[in-house]
Design a protein around this ligand. Structure first.
Ligand code: NOJ
Ligand code: CA
Length: 516
């Protein structure tokens, strides 16, 4: 386990929308470099940068055309290497986004693979034997290539699936995982990892990490074997490199060698019940029962029932992490006020594992209702430019407004870093204070044990323990008490007001209390 993860706090950057330094309307590497001090000052000491490789951008860069070359719109490879160096000078680690399950249909490997004549890359992707042959159980495409065969997709139509083999081969075109051509795919991906690690990158967020081996079993034995193999390589060659899975199933991912996995927002799962229990923006179910919504009478046991077995079952293996949001998820500000967000973040930043803050969530950026961009669809509204100032284009770019990657929030009261710096009680200052607290208290970092102390369905507050620290949170508008004896402890942090006396913890409306 890389030691730096113990006190790591990640900041996720969608590079298109972070900071544009040459006025072309698109964020760039130099922009990230210029904002490293801001990120460090916030309390984040690690970055996850969404795919920044050469791409036709039909899925915002998750359709990689060249794994080893950055997209010119962000700068050059040398700019990215400089970003690694500048980040390291400030004690910031940098993860890139690795997309191992598929490439763009414009990747050189795919162009070769689609040729009629057999070559080194013929089996790099998954093909049937004939141009009209269906591929039962998987999405597939025909009629695009010279080769008379259909091929498998991993996500959108632009993303053909790479071939790591089948756990259970049912057709003669399905190769076993130990076929030399399937092993070659795995080795090619390790080669990509080595390339970036050798240039100073500190690891990877791994896209659709669960998706590699086809006809896999329920516990993903095939895919997990590949990740175990990758982890062996990392342990031997890059022991300080970290990998975080996009998986949402730590009992599989962390046992397969990932250092981290994170809770993903899925309708009606435990993580969803914390901040987003309202359906989807296009399919609202009318009512919001999110735990952190002040009048919703939220129920923390909906989160804990799912979280606890995952945490207990994997705490020796790695970190099951909490995120404020990501580029695929509606921003939490969509339905929560800044006061509600303060409590939600206070919870996320005092939980075990490694927290992830999505750029702009620290100022409560809104989710905007926008037409799709680069395959974003409903996700587009969570990918708008970072709002730095009250000035032109919210300080994101000096370019013309219609040249921007996406519009900035047009509201007169759109939050910005500048406006929130000036307000003593802003969300931004609260995030800073919370992260400073986490860095100061080892018991609030990744490893210290977590236990629910008072977590009753339909009752508040929720009280939990991290190591020797006791924490209580009350998202409601009423004063509440819990029968928890906190004698001898003192308050080291609070939002709102609360106190511990007479074997009770009392919290006023919308409060958060940390007792040591
Ligand atoms: C998950 C990524 O987070 C998402 O943005 C992308 O569209 C799909 N994987 C396909 O790569
Ligand atoms: Ca730019």
């Amino acid at each position: 386990m890389p030691k730096w993860l113990k006190d790591a706090v990640f900041y996720e950057i969608y590079p298109q929308s972070f900071y544009d330094t040459n006025g072309d309307g698109i964020g760039d590497f130099n922009g990230i470099i210029e904002k490293l001090d801001y990120i460090k000052g916030l309390g984040c000491n690690a970055l996850w940068i969404n795919p920044c490789y050469d791409s036709p951008f039909k899925d915002a860069g998750y359709d990689v055309r060249d794994y080893k070359k950055v997209a010119p719109r962000y700068g050059t490879n040398d700019d990215l290497y400089r970003l690694f160096g500048e980040a390291h000078k400030r004690g910031i680690h940098v993860l890139l986004d690795l997309v191992p399950g598929h490439t763009s249909e414009e990747h050189e490997w795919f162009r070769e693979s689609g040729k009629a004549e057999k070559n080194e890359f013929s089996n790099r992707y998954i093909w049937t034997n004939f141009c009209f042959q269906p591929m039962p159980g998987y999405p597939y495409v025909g009629g695009e290539c010279e080769r008379s065969a259909t091929y498998m997709l991993n996500f959108f139509k632009c993303q053909p699936a790479l071939n790591y083999g089948f756990l259970d081969c049912k057709e003669d075109w399905q190769l076993p995982m130990d076929h030399p051509d399937c092993i070659a795919t795995r080795e090619a991906m390790k080669d990509v990892m080595r390339f970036w690690l050798d240039h100073g990158c500190d690891g990877f967020r791994v896209d659709m990490a669960y998706s590699l081996v086809k006809n896999d079993d329920e516990v993903r034995s095939g895919t997990c074997a590949i990740w175990r193999n990758v982890r062996e390589m990392l342990d031997a060659e890059y022991p300080e490199a970290a990998i975080v899975a996009e998986w949402g199933d730590p009992q599989l991912s962390l046992k397969a060698g990932f250092h981290m996995d994170f809770n993903l927002n899925r309708p009606d799962n435990g993580y969803n019940s914390l901040m987003r229990d309202y359906g989807m923006p296009d399919k609202l179910h009318g009512e919001d029962n999110s735990f952190f919504k002040k009048d919703a009478h939220g129920d923390i046991t909906r989160f804990l029932t799912e979280y606890l077995p995952n945490y207990e079952g994997t705490k020796e293996d790695g970190y099951y992490c909490l995120i404020t949001c990501n580029h695929d998820t509606v921003r939490p500000k969509y339905n929560l006020s800044d006061e509600e967000l303060k409590l939600a973040y206070a919870f996320i930043f005092t939980m075990p594992g490694v927290p992830f803050l999505y750029y702009g969530d620290e100022i409560g950026m809104r989710y905007l209702d926008l037409p799709t961009k680069e395959g974003g669809y409903f996700r587009t509204g969570a990918r708008t430019p970072m709002q730095w100032t009250k000035g032109k284009n919210a300080g994101f770019s000096t370019g013309e407004a219609d040249a921007l990657y996406l519009p900035v929030d047009p509201a007169a009261d759109a939050p910005s870093v500048e406006s929130q710096e000036a307000e003593a009680d802003s969300l931004l200052h609260t995030v800073r204070a919370l992260l400073a607290l986490r860095h100061a208290e080892e018991d609030l970092q990744a490893d210290a044990e977590f236990a629910a102390v008072y977590a009753e369905s339909g009752k508040l507050p929720f009280v939990y323990r991290r190591g020797d620290i006791l924490i209580a949170v009350n998202p409601s508008t009423e004063t509440v008490t819990a029968p928890v004896d906190a004698a001898g402890r003192r308050e080291i942090f609070s939002i709102g007001k609360g106190k511990a006396e007479n074997r009770e913890i009392m919290l006023e409306a919308q409060s958060f209390l940390v007792l040591k």
